[in-house]
Design a protein around this ligand. Sequence first.
Ligand SMILES: [Zn+2]
Length: 591
Amino acid sequence: MRWSNALIPTLKETPADAVAPSHVLLLRAGMIRQLGAGTYTYMPLGLRVLHKAIRIIREEMDAAGALEVLMPALQPVELWKESGRFEAYGDLLMKLTISGGHHMALGPTHEEVITDLVRDLVRSYKQLPITLYQIQTKFRDEPRPRFGIVRTREFVMKDAYSIDADLGQLNTSYDKMYEAYCRIFDRCGVPYVIVEAESGPIGGDSSHEFMVPCSTGEDTVIFCEKCGYAANQERAEVGQTEATSPTPDAHAPAHESVATPGKKTIREVCEFLGVAESTSAKLLVYLADGQPAAALLRGDHELNEAKFRRALGVSTVVPADAPTIEKATGAPMGFLGPVGIKIPMVIDRAIAAMPTVVVGGNAVDVHLKGVVPGRDFPLDRLHDLRNAEAGDPCPRCGSTLEVKSGLEIGHVFKLGTKYSKAMGARYLDEKGTETEIIMGCYGIGVNRIVAAAVEAAHDANGIIWPFSIAPYHVLVVPLQLQNAAVMERTSAIESALTAAGLDVLVDDRDQRPGFKFKDADLIGVPLRVVIGERGLKDGQIEIKWRHEESGLAVASDTAASAILAQVEAHRRKHDDWCADRRMGRSVPRAT
Ligand SMILES: [Zn+2]
């Protein structure tokens, strides 16, 4: 392909409203153009990237035994009412009325449509398991589209659904999809982590998110570089370096009351007493399934409500208001403490490692100093209750946890019988009994693969595409278009590389080298080949990888084979990278 025919509208200036690197660079590289809020046109280069990601997805889904279908984007809202999600989805569901007065929705996802399909189709256990997938445009009425193609009102999604007879089949289907997702993202060259997400109706290991740590992410990922542990904030555990069964110091002096007039927050109290917040503890009172319960944490730590809820074994926890707290504990808000408290209390493990703490005195304007955990209040209900922070020990290997924002590119989820129950999708099992089918759903945001690849690899000059999804593999830059030898060599190399299966772009524009190199860096083609008059005289041309600082000279008459050898070595390196990643990866075990 010649640049002059390729329609690559690169921009010199950074578009005003673009902040995320992927948004800025995809616009500047002429890969996407905005139509309206949350709607983008893929220009030829951008579409080539999207199509390459789609090809990889399709190959891996097919290899995993999933069958491709194409369902309508236009869905009757009755199906959404049947599943009970019409209300839950609310305004995010794009609704419209079509001729005949029918109320329809533009599908943001297809659980309802697939359940409707299989309740007609599946009669017997002999037909199961099946996994169906599609690659299709989805719609969500996002109130705030942002980050370019990351959060849009219209996007391309690969959604798959497994239809299984029992939990054993579901676990097998789930593991197959999980493995396929690993291969897909490995092949696409995006550095992802797999995060245990909130467990669904099946419980346990039933949902994983595939996240790319980057500045543009909308979620928080806590991960360990060393062992590959990763979780979202809700589930991330804090490793134990702190003492778990301490022996309280029997000779420590008794605690004393101190007057803290009007000092209610931890910060105020600690400043007033001249102690660090990490030497204090705070007692937080919640209503757990309607009953008062307390959590005790170090003053500078943050309560993780999901962990608190799990520790108590309840389904909801809501912060209690001041009157409720006073009524339940007899103590005023702001001066709560663990000594002599009458409501159930769970304690974060970090408290057990503190020799003494400053706590509220359960009376107005009173705090207690020199309180010994385990002596002055019991340490019988120790749990991991706090939010993991950067620098905390990894729960798996003890190394240091890192916190980054993460961009979700895929999600696998065991649905169980949620939809089959609501919509009456049943089959006859071996004994002839009507049984609800069990489902799993598996999504990939295809546009987000494109965005994530840019987020993960770019520099000040532009994009650095992974080889597998780059719009072109090689950019050939002839420097003197009027020089017959230069143009002859250009054509020869283009033909040889194309014949070897590479996608080649030739910058045939009559522009200064500096101008062409700038654009080359911006669009991020992995390998650049520069052919110039002077080099040819010395029998040389220059090749340079986009991700490397400097290029190297190769003999001009054997340049094509030198380039192919470079490409081969690069591919092998990528395969090794994938293999390394897989060694350190945890694969979910069938439960
Ligand atoms: Zn670790």
